[in-house]
Each structure stands twice: as structure tokens, then as C-alpha cells.
Design a protein around this ligand. Sequence first.
Ligand code: THU
Length: 129
Amino acid sequence: MMNTENLMRQAREAQKNAYAPYSGFKVGAALLTCKGLVYRGANVENSSFGLTVCAERIAVFKGVNAGESDFKALAVAASGSGLIYPCGACLQVLAEFTSELAIYLAEGREGFRCFSLNDLLPLRFSLNQ
Ligand code: THU
């Protein structure tokens, strides 16, 4: 059984593989599926800045490309000690696959706070209105 501390540890591990030479801001994400699998991601920047992809989207794309799309929880760790919220684009991508996702955001070296996808993106685009 995957606990939150373990998922957050995996996000911190993932963060080490970030490629962020332009911003120096490294982000790691660990996405837990309902089956208990974990997909990790870290941000990958590009000299053409707009081509950068966030950690969270890399994790969700890895999961979906591996045939998994039932997600249960996401942990995110970022540079610095303050609370960093996932960007709106990543939240929208996560919302494509799950409306009920627990999102754990690192705070300080050891701590984290828990939110839901609904907390962070209460009103979102949907084609099926
Ligand atoms: N970044 C993420 O990886 N996730 C987010 O939710 C927001 C921002 C990355 C993109 C870029 O490499 C760096 O953080 C600074 O914006």
C-alpha cells in the first residue's frame, strides 16, 4: 500500500531528474494509479522556452501511454521551501482523466499539504456540458 510520505519521497526523487538550466526551478511529480502503480515526472525545459513541459504533465502522459488512466493521488515537490501550486494547464490535463484526485504539495523539507483537484481547479473546461 502506497502511503503519502512514500509518494512524496518519489516526487522528490523525480525532481532530481529535472532538466531546468534556464529557470533553475526543478519540479518533481509522482502520480499514483488506483492499481498502486506510480508514474514519475520532472520538468524538461528547452532553449525555445515555450516548449518546456511541466513535471506533472510528463507524469500523467507517461501513465496514460503505459495504459493507465485511473489516477488516485499526485505528489509534487519543487525548488524552494514555499508551497508551489501546479499550473492551470497541468490541472486541466489531470482533469481529463479524473475529477477526484488528491494532490499533495510539498512544504518545506519534510512537510506537505493536501488539496483536491476540485480545490485547485473548481471551474474547468469540458466539451461535455
Ligand atoms: N513547472 C512545472 O514543472 N510544473 C508546474 O506546475 C509549474 C512550473 C516548471 C516549468 C519550468 O520548467 C519551471 O517550472 C519554471 O516555470
